[in-house]
Write a protein that binds this ligand. Structure first.
Ligand SMILES: Nc1ncnc2c1ncn2[C@@H]1O[C@H](COP(=O)(O)OP(=O)(O)OP(=O)(O)O)[C@@H](O)[C@H]1O
Length: 458
């Protein structure tokens, strides 16, 4: 077997010795260098699976080593050793592409997981063109789309998969933030470990602490056995904090501490546990505005938003719509065990003009509903029920025909007409089973009955 090799760059002999010793106990070859120049020389001699470098070196800094490796030895991960309490250095290194950082004084229990993770990354063979994130293992969610913006996001995901840096994903609701987070996890050295997704807005405030940190039996009334929290559940893996802006301030303080110390303590427990979790957070709100308004802690934002990944809104990438429609229809057909539906030109044109406030999720929903309501497995514009009055682009055209898309009817009559059509189709699709039709329409049985009366549908 090929032994893994690590290059240690530090000017302090004690630290080099400690690291060499620890790494050889882990069955890894460790070479050492005490300056940027020596590191460059060592790198010429052999291929390394990881470089651990101190930030302060006699002839430059750790970032110089990082840059040299990035330019010449592409995918070799670099972890930097930062001075005690120097958050800025750690963040700067992560932003510059470091795999992870290790704070001084070096603790073996924090060094090990970094080395283990880094060594799980595939060896950087120069002939290998695709990086780890670009060859997703089976079961990885695919971020569909070929527009430059989506390609850029995919490329970034590939890079982020090779690092342990916290990632902060922004984008509108339904734009694929969770898909992106999963793809980063699945492309990373943590792929075999858990991916735990938490919607921070959905947890009642009084349960938040025990949900995140877990608790010991007897910690409070009702705690009749030990329970792990999200943090322990994500151990060695990735914790995805969706709608992170919804975390209450008290929880933000606790989370910051966990991130800084890499330790967690259950509610009612006296001992702390080491924590090795990568955090990916997301929000569809503007977190910097929340910081300014005092609703989100600046220091936590700084730690979470080390690297930002922005997911484009669907209306920014209209060229992807035909491809998305095609692939989503194929997926929906497969799920239903039905033949793939055909889409008429009128429907495609309408979709291309639509604004998609709910992004890809909304497109999925529109197609799913249209499939249930269309005839002959062919989707036409009238099956889509796009209710927007001002479609994107060609706005003037829509207004020029004087109808604003209301078929020339007053708004009220137009809406009644649409409602009648949708309800009739739903009834036809369910063979006039009102309960099933109401379900299909996402309304209650009572509401359907009321509407049938109002519209005079028999
Ligand atoms: N580019 C894409 N390719 C394929 N599917 C996508 C894409 N973007 C979004 N989706 C799909 O849209 C739905 C919503 O995606 P996701 O949950 O990742 O969005 P989100 O940005 O996290 O939404 P929210 O802010 O509401 O949590 C999912 O079913 C997902 O599969």
């Amino acid at each position: 077997m090929n032994r893994k090799a690590v290059l240690i760059v530090d000017d302090e002999a004690d630290i080099r010795e400690l690291l060499v010793l620890t790494l050889s106990r882990m069955g890894v070859d460790a070479d050492t260098a005490s300056s940027v120049a020596e590191a460059q020389e060592a790198l010429k001699q052999r291929a390394y699976d990881l470089c651990l470098t101190d930030m302060r070196l006699p002839d430059g800094d750790g970032l110089a080593v990082l840059r040299h490796i990035a330019e010449n030895y592409g995918n070799t991960p670099v972890a930097v050793i930062t001075a005690y309490g120097s958050t800025d250095n750690a963040v700067a290194a992560l932003k510059a592409g470091a795999f992870d950082y290790l704070a001084k004084p070096i603790k073996i229990e924090q060094l090990r997981p970094i080395v283990v993770s880094a060594l799980k990354l595939p060896r950087p063979v120069h002939a290998r063109r695709a990086s780890i994130g670009e060859v997703p293992p089976p079961g990885t969610p695919r971020l569909l789309g070929e527009s430059p913006a989506i390609q850029k996001a995919r490329e970034m995901i590939g890079k982020l998969a090779r690092s342990q840096a916290p990632v902060y994903i922004t984008g509108e609701s339904g734009s694929g933030k969770e898909v992106a987070a999963r793809a980063i996890h699945m492309g990373s050295a943590r792929a075999a470990e858990p991916f735990v997704a938490v919607n921070c807005g959905a947890i009642p405030e009084n349960l938040m602490e025990s949900e995140f940190f877990g608790y010991k039996r007897g910690a409070f009334t009702g705690a009749d056995s030990d329970r792990e929290g999200f943090l322990q559940a994500a151990q060695k893996g990735t914790l995805f904090l969706d709608e992170v802006g919804d975390l209450p301030l008290a929880m933000q303080v606790k989370l910051l501490r966990v991130i800084q110390e890499k330790k967690v303590r259950r509610v009612g427990d006296t001992v702390e546990e080491n924590l090795d979790v990568r955090i990916i957070s997301a929000t569809h709100r503007n977190l910097s505005e929340q910081v300014e308004a005092g609703a989100f802690r600046q220091d936590l934002f700084y730690r979470l938003s080390v690297i930002e990944l922005r997911m484009p809104a669907l209306r920014e990438v209209p060229e992807d719509i035909p491809l998305l429609v095609e692939q989503l229809l194929a997926r929906l057909a497969k799920q239903a065990g039905a033949p793939v539906a055909t889409i008429g030109e009128d429907a495609m044109l309408a979709l291309r003009r639509y604004d998609f406030p709910g992004n890809v999720r909304e497109l999925e929903n529109i197609l799913e509903r249209a499939l249930a309501l269309c005839s002959n497995n062919t989707l036409h514009e009238s099956d889509l029920y796009l209710t927007q009055a001002t479609p994107r682009g060609e706005k003037s055209g829509a207004i020029a025909d004087g109808s604003l898309g209301t078929r020339g009817l007053p708004l009220h009559d137009f809406l009644d007409q649409v409602e009648r059509e949708v309800i009739t189709k739903a009834l036809e699709a369910t063979r006039y089973n009102k309960t099933a039709a109401a379900k299909l329409l996402g309304i209650t049985f009572r509401s359907l009955r009321y509407r049938l009366d109002r519209l005079g549908i028999d």
